[in-house]
Design a protein around this ligand. Structure first.
Ligand code: GLU
Length: 602
């Protein structure tokens, strides 16, 4: 059934630039049309949106142009990403939302993290032999499916900060799902990467391998089932997932994954309807550190994003990065990151289950204790030991036992950033964990279920110390998502975030250093070559980073493992002249999409 194009679209299409034309109008399914143009930088007034996808950016800008605020536009753009980035985001997953409220000057966050089923114990990811399950087996399973947090996050965000109804903000995503989007290289490649997994589940193969084949670049991809799900949420509210028929289907799918004939069975899920009914998306105090006279706000536990970025910034605070040569800056950044990761791994988990020493991790005294371990020239041997956040700050501590260096990381997840004309800011990272989540689509509903519970630590790395991130009933797995907002004199200066598992933290940190210490504007800071030191023997590094700095940093004792790319950041900056700069990737993950409501001088 074709839907009417919204009034909103017709009214606003003319004022939007830097984004795709509205939908693949006139395109016939299967016919090649060029993917919409992607623009990594846009400057202007009236509001700004930066996402990884031009259709999602357009949908967000349409909501702003029609009078919605940044919260409304962020949810609308997220729902659009559920269509065009179904392997990274959607109603089957979770995320974290950071909000700057222009009227009150306050920063608030919504924790939309998935929870473990009540039936999940600490040994859930151990095999019969007591050894951790193979990661691949856990990823593609019902067992890793946590209670979805995204629908309640959207409702909570609209209730607390927004001006429009869920039905209104879902309109753009619903149309996009119904009318389709143009398949680009990135979508085809992500589908290809998941092809084998999707073939294991009948509804995933039917949806993402139409006609049994990978979608062609330039073809139009429709998801009427997802349009129907959005319409159901609009009509009945998110209770339809937490206490209603959609929830029953989610539970059935996790418990009895719809495995294709002849495919190998997968581990069944533990999710029950009572888990959905008990789910909450609480407001949480943000993390806050002062850096170079600015206030940096982030996501508190169960994410380690805010605490780890914040601790690393505190460690860096003592170095005058603005005057140091570039290689010294990067050396210091890599060392600070390793120290902060050691503490993250040792101390951060769901605060309802683990005493996270958050205030101390973010204190200046603790940072000084950690910073004294950074040699200005030589890299420390990795992994470095965790510090002891016991409140007593003394001389440089002797090294203790090293901590583990975290788990495997993939390029999944998505981050979007929105600012409106009133100065409200939304910084929102959402995910279904792995690219393609669990690989399991809810039959007839057009969305994938998350595999977020693989973010738990399967078994303690060191049985002699407490492990903060083991599974437990109702617990939220530790995240690395780091949606960030930076204020200057109480007003927003910028907001930024990225996907990429634990590399999210280093991408946000490196972008902040480039922007705040090195004088790059936000778009250039996002474009800069990246490296990610997460307290491992080797740091991941992009080829351009290695070309530029690899030799000098290696001579100082750093070791690198080359990776194609790290992260896919987006951000918005408030320029001194009152205009907004929306920034996205120029190249990574096929390039992102930045847009403003009124381009140019405004
Ligand atoms: N599940 C990850 C986290 O919460 C995000 C997924 C990813 O970006 O790989 O940290």
């Amino acid at each position: 059934m074709p839907r009417r194009r919204t009034v909103l679209t017709a009214l606003t299409a003319a004022v939007l630039t830097g984004v795709a034309p509205a939908g693949p109008a006139g395109a016939t399914p299967g016919h090649a049309v060029p993917p919409p143009e992607k623009v990594p930088r846009a400057v202007g007034t009236g509001g700004a949106v930066a996402t990884v996808d031009p259709d999602a950016t357009r949908v967000g800008l349409e909501v702003l142009a029609a009078g919605g605020n940044a919260a409304d536009a962020a949810v609308a753009a997220a729902a659009a990403l559920g269509v065009t980035e179904p392997y990274s985001a959607g109603v089957g997953g979770g995320g974290f939302f950071v909000w700057f409220d222009a009227a009150t000057g306050e920063v608030t966050t919504v924790d939309g993290r998935e929870t473990a089923p009540r039936a999940m114990g600490a040994d859930a990811f151990l095999g019969e032999d007591g050894e951790p399950l193979p990661f691949r087996e856990a990823v593609t399973s019902g067992l890793s499916v946590g209670t979805p947090g995204t629908p309640l996050t959207w409702q909570r965000v609209l209730d607390e900060f927004g001006t429009l109804s869920l039905g209104e903000v879902l309109q753009g995503g619903t149309e996009l799902a119904e009318e389709g989007f143009v398949v680009d290289e990135t979508f085809r490649r992500q589908t290809a990467d998941n092809e084998e997994r999707f073939r294991r589940f009948t509804p995933s193969a039917e949806l993402f391998l139409p006609g049994g084949a990978l979608p062609e670049v330039g073809s139009v991809f429709r998801n009427p089932d997802l349009a129907g799900t959005y319409e159901l949420l609009a009509a009945k509210g998110v209770d339809v997932l937490y206490t209603g028929e959609l929830g029953e289907e989610v539970v059935r799918t996790a418990q009895e994954p719809p495995v294709a004939d002849g495919a190998a069975p997968v581990l069944a899920g533990l999710l029950e309807e009572s888990d959905l009914a008990a789910y909450e998306a609480p407001l949480r105090e943000p993390t806050r550190v002062e850096y170079r006279g600015l206030e940096v706000y982030g996501m508190a536990p169960p994410s380690s994003g805010g605490s780890t970025v914040g601790e690393a910034l505190n460690v860096l605070q003592g170095s005058d990065l603005a005057t140091l040569p570039e290689v010294d800056v990067l050396h210091t950044y890599l060392e600070a990151s390793a120290l902060a990761f050691a503490d993250r791994n040792a101390y951060v988990g769901d605060p309802a289950y683990t005493q996270v020493p958050l205030a101390e991790l973010l204190s200046d005294g603790f940072a000084a204790e950690r910073a004294c371990l950074v040699d200005p020239v030589r890299a420390a041997a990795k992994p470095v030991p965790a510090g002891v956040p016991d409140g007593g700050y003394g001389p440089c501590p002797a090294p203790a036992a090293p901590t583990d260096d975290g788990g495997p990381e993939g390029p999944s997840t998505t981050h979007l950033t929105v600012a409106d004309a009133a100065g409200n800011v939304a910084s929102y990272t959402l995910t279904i964990e792995q690219t393609g989540g669990s690989g399991i689509t809810v039959p007839g509903r057009g969305f994938l279920l998350n595999n977020e519970l693989t973010d738990f630590t399967f078994a303690p790395a060191d049985p002699t110390r407490p492990e903060p991130n083991l599974p437990a009933p109702g617990k939220r797995p530790r995240s690395s998502m780091a949606p960030t907002v930076v204020l200057q004199d109480g007003e927003p200066l910028l907001a930024v975030g990225s996907p990429g598992g634990a590399t999210i933290i280093t991408t946000v940190l490196q972008t902040l250093v480039d922007r705040l210490d090195r004088g790059a504007d936000l778009a250039d800071a996002i474009a800069a070559p990246r490296a990610s030191q997460r307290n491992s023997a080797t740091a991941d590094a992009e080829p351009a980073f290695l070309d530029a700095y690899g030799a000098e940093l290696t001579a100082r004792g750093h070791a690198f493992a080359p990776v194609d790319e790290i992260g896919a950041a987006t951000g918005v900056e408030f320029l001194p002249d009152g205009r907004l700069l929306a920034a996205a990737e120029a190249v990574r993950r096929g390039g992102g999409s930045a847009g403003v409501v009124h381009p140019g001088e405004g």
